[in-house]
Design a protein around this ligand. Structure first.
Ligand code: NZQ
Ligand code: ZN
Length: 386
């Protein structure tokens, strides 16, 4: 096991009707900017619950943060923070609203020329404006981690940022929010969380027994609850397991002390930036070809995953490893998620070269747990995913 340090300061408030507990978490004298997305919270009652809990606070609202949080919209919110002297941010939404809020938390205290530099120059945020979240969509784990991904349409870029200053102070997780989530987003959430675990697990055997079993148990739980959630989002038992699994998949715990990959996300973000494909669906497109292309490096772990997660016990290591890739693809398909780029766009020719060139330009010359997935190899993986 590798040496590690682990600190996650986010307070989780989990359970039925927990949104009302908001008022205990925000300083009484705070001037709050409440941030949300396209308006789903106004239809499903979450907006009303939040407003009720904040009845005794000074609150200004900023709605309209789109899925794949857009830099130009966030700069408008940044203006509000500055002109209104906001002291506390509250994200009410899914990963996009939370990530947008993290960007604002960093940008509000950033003293450089342009807030885009935080993304372009990978500037780590050690101190941000304090913020909390009310999670409305289990998927990304953003509610309990310190990372964010921001999109800029103008340049077709989607870049990550983060730092120890960007953990939410608290996150409220009421699994009842799931009842209003459309099937497409439920499938996305399941796929995203599942792939988060894969990125931190599907490398090579490293003797980290507990981390492996954490990862495997999250994947098993997601597989078990997936059909129940899709069939009936009001199934509270399934919803609560789904929600907690998504948080645990990316709150930093399972990646401590082990090698991690993250090439699927790096490539997937480009597909969202270029074609606007939902984040989770880009992962489902890249995962099978990434594992097939890097089969030799990953087959031991793929076979372990086959045995322990999919109960595939027959055959050689290679047989089991291949079967596990097929099982993963079938799982995505059962969720209604297509796994080829051509399922999403007709304009896929040249995508491999474009992404490889972008990675070269950014100096991303070796992705993956061995840092050997060069831009040329990225191009091959993307071509296999056409
Ligand atoms: O805009 P609103 O009205 O809120 O509607 C949203 C949006 O249309 C809707 N929705 C959310 N909660 C709902 C609901 N509809 C009905 N009922 C509810 N309770 O769902 C749509 C998608 O929301 P979004 O926040 O975009 O989804 P998700 O949570 O999947 O977030 C995706 C974003 O997070 C980034 C992705 O790249 C993408 O930009 N990620 C963030 C990560 C992180 N910070 O750790 C890691 C991930 O790998 C990922 O990259
Ligand atoms: Zn993801």
């Amino acid at each position: 096991m590798n040496n590690f340090e682990f600190k996650n300061p986010t307070k989780i408030i989990f359970g039925k009707d927990s949104i009302a507990k908001l008022e205990n978490e925000i300083p009484k004298d705070a001037k709050v900017l409440m941030l949300y997305g396209g308006g789903s919270i106004k239809k499903n009652g979450i907006y009303d619950q939040v407003k009720k809990a904040l009845a005794n606070f000074t609150v200004i609202e900023f709605g309209g943060i789109p899925a794949n949080p857009e830099y130009s919209v966030l700069t408008e919110a940044l203006e509000v923070i500055k002109t209104e002297n906001i002291t506390y941010l509250l994200a009410v939404g899914g990963g996009s609203v939370i990530d947008g809020t993290k960007f604002l938390s960093a940008a509000a205290l950033y003293e450089g020329q342009s807030s885009w530099d935080i993304l372009a120059n990978k500037i780590r945020t050690d101190v941000g404006l304090p913020f909390g979240t009310v999670l409305t969509l289990p998927a990304t784990g953003s509610e309990m981690n310190s990372g964010a991904v921001i999109t800029r349409k103008e340049t077709q870029e989607k870049l990550g940022m983060g730092g120890p200053g960007l953990f939410p102070q608290f996150s409220i997780l009421d699994p009842q929010v799931i009842t209003s989530i459309p099937e497409r987003q439920l499938a996305n959430g399941l796929t995203d969380a599942f792939t988060h675990v894969l990125e931190q697990y599907m490398t090579y055997p490293d003797g980290a027994l507990l981390q492996d079993r954490f990862a495997e148990s999250i994947m098993q739980t997601l597989i078990e609850v997936a059909p129940r959630i899709i069939k009936d989002p009001t199934d509270y038992k399934a919803a609560s397991n789904f929600m907690w699994s998504c948080t645990m998949a990316l709150n930093g715990l399972i990646q401590k002390g082990v090698p991690t990959d993250w090439a699927i996300h790096a490539i997937g973000h480009e597909l969202t930036a270029l074609f606007g494909i939902d984040h989770a669906r880009t992962l489902a497109v890249i995962t099978p070809s990434h594992y097939k292309y890097n089969f030799e490096a990953k087959k031991e772990k793929l076979a372990q995953y086959a045995e322990r997660v999919w109960n595939i016990t027959e055959g050689s290591t290679d047989d089991k490893a291949y079967a596990a890739i097929e099982k993963t693809v079938a799982f995505f398909h059962e969720l209604g998620i297509d796994t080829k780029l051509s399922d999403y766009t007709k304009d896929y020719e040249g995508t491999a070269e474009t992404i490889a060139q972008r990675f070269t330009d950014r100096g991303w010359l070796g992705l993956g747990e061995h840092k050997d997935v060069s831009p040329d190899k990225v191009a091959e993986i993307v071509k296999m995913a056409y």
